[in-house]
Design a protein around this ligand. Sequence first.
Ligand SMILES: Nc1ncnc2c1ncn2[C@@H]1O[C@H](COP(=O)(O)OP(=O)(O)OP(=O)(O)O)[C@@H](O)[C@H]1O
Ligand SMILES: [Mg+2]
Length: 399
Amino acid sequence: MSLLKLSRLADNKQRLILGTMSGTSIDGLDMALCSFSGHGRETQARVLHYHTVSYNNEQRTFIRNLASSDVVNMQDVALGHTLLAHWHAEMIKNALHTWGVDASEVDLIASHGQTVRHAPRRIHQKNHLPNATLQLGDADHLAYLTGIPTVSDFRQKHIAAGGEGAPLACYGDKLLFSKEGELRILLNIGGISNITVLDGNALDDHIPLTFDTGPGNTLMDVIIQKERTDLLYDANGEIASDGVVNQLLLKELKAHRFFSEKPPKTTGPELLSESYVQDALKRSGLISIGLSNLIATLNRFTAETIAEAVETFVQPKSPFKVYVSGGGVHNAILMQNLKACFAGNNVVSFEETGVNPDAKEALLFAVMANELICGNKLPVLNDEGHIKHVRLGRLSFAD
Ligand SMILES: Nc1ncnc2c1ncn2[C@@H]1O[C@H](COP(=O)(O)OP(=O)(O)OP(=O)(O)O)[C@@H](O)[C@H]1O
Ligand SMILES: [Mg+2]
């Protein structure tokens, strides 16, 4: 696609953008083929097709080794950057084939890439050094291999402008899911949990309050994968349903300063790791409490830290609804715990908005690519509390 044709995309009545997302859970690539008309406040989006392809064992092990070790082989990092693009390109081409869509019909790919490291100052703790984050899966390779121009690396400009590179969901959340007169809290429970607060009574051009509340599935996943090599996660919360929450451990898990730090704030599996759980067990004087009790406690930990973050930092003044997306929505015990913690019969699946909860994150990156290609800047709140307007995303040509 020539530069001229690309610049004219903004004038098209409709654009077809394939959003892809691969988060900290390292479970697979989410793909959502979305049609767009308009941009900014006029954005209309529809998910035409959605599919997740799981990483195979070899791919998962390769990525996990890069993502979870402090010391890595630089050759593996370089290889990973190219390999991830190859894997994602294959997944994309297969999905398009299954959907009966030719690559030439797709105007853009919006590629999040595979997060292998999230390193804001609050995690790396070196105050003289900048925030950083790293997603692998080079977009020049992806664009070349699929034949589709690709927007990628949405997080880097956010950091350059003074943000932590996350959460980015707030942009699409606001454009697609704000409802006048309603207070909505959009909660995504992936590896990490994040919320976007959409106040339908607030002024139009404000940046929604958005931040990570702490764990999503990551701690449950890491323990399950260690103790039960046959499982990747606690499907439907079945293991948690056999356990009892250990209050001593729960108190220690919640003791970290992250939970009392003021938003905006982000975190990652770099903090919420297996050793986070082991340290809390040690401090509570427990050596082992059994797998189901441990998972039940971690499940409750996720729910309580979400609800307490809303109570402390959102302080809702009117009735509100919590719309849950991400893999956590499939964990019945987690949903039960959330409903108990919010206690207002106001926790619902994101499905209620008409969008598949699993497709939401991929759709949101497609929204950001639509904004970029239509010439719109997005606001970033920097660490001094000022708003900077920047273009998020980097463009790769297919040839
Ligand atoms: N049926 C299920 N029952 C329980 N948990 C599930 C189920 N399906 C998925 N999950 C959980 O959801 C996780 C994947 O969630 P998701 O894909 O939203 O996260 P992610 O890829 O890390 O993205 P994000 O960037 O949003 O963190 C899995 O690792 C698992 O813990
Ligand atoms: Mg995922």
